[in-house]
Design a protein around this ligand. Sequence first.
Ligand code: MN
Length: 155
Amino acid sequence: MALEKYKKKRKFNKTPEPLGKEKQKSLKRFVVQKHDASSLHYDFRLELPEKIDFGKVILKSWAVPKGVPEIAGVKHLAVQVEDHPVDYINFAGIIPKGNYGAGVVEIWDKGRFKLIEYDNKFLKFELNGKRLRGRYVLTQFTPQKRNWLIFKMKS
Ligand code: MN
């Protein structure tokens, strides 16, 4: 069920993006994909079970217009988007014109994370990537609009 929205938005004979599957086990990886679509944004994805502590493993995903902050205390908007298949974590390439999200996707950072604390509208985790390192918070502030804030903690 988790990937229904993902699949509905795409024609897999017209995009190189993976059709993908839900997986059973999370390797606790994350990725930031720079996505030069109709407006440039950064897609931040965490490999987690659909319901965070149970369910099929997918990539929880947020579109971050200004990118994931590298400086502690700087808060950026992160709009939650549809869950993506785990295979998407390695995706880089060109989504052809006329397709959903058309434009260039490149991997900006990836690595592992540790989940420190969470509920359904709050996640605290530690990122161990090449660019992004340290403790981060994602917190939902307008549920209707799936608007979250992402920031790096000061310590
Ligand atoms: Mn995107």
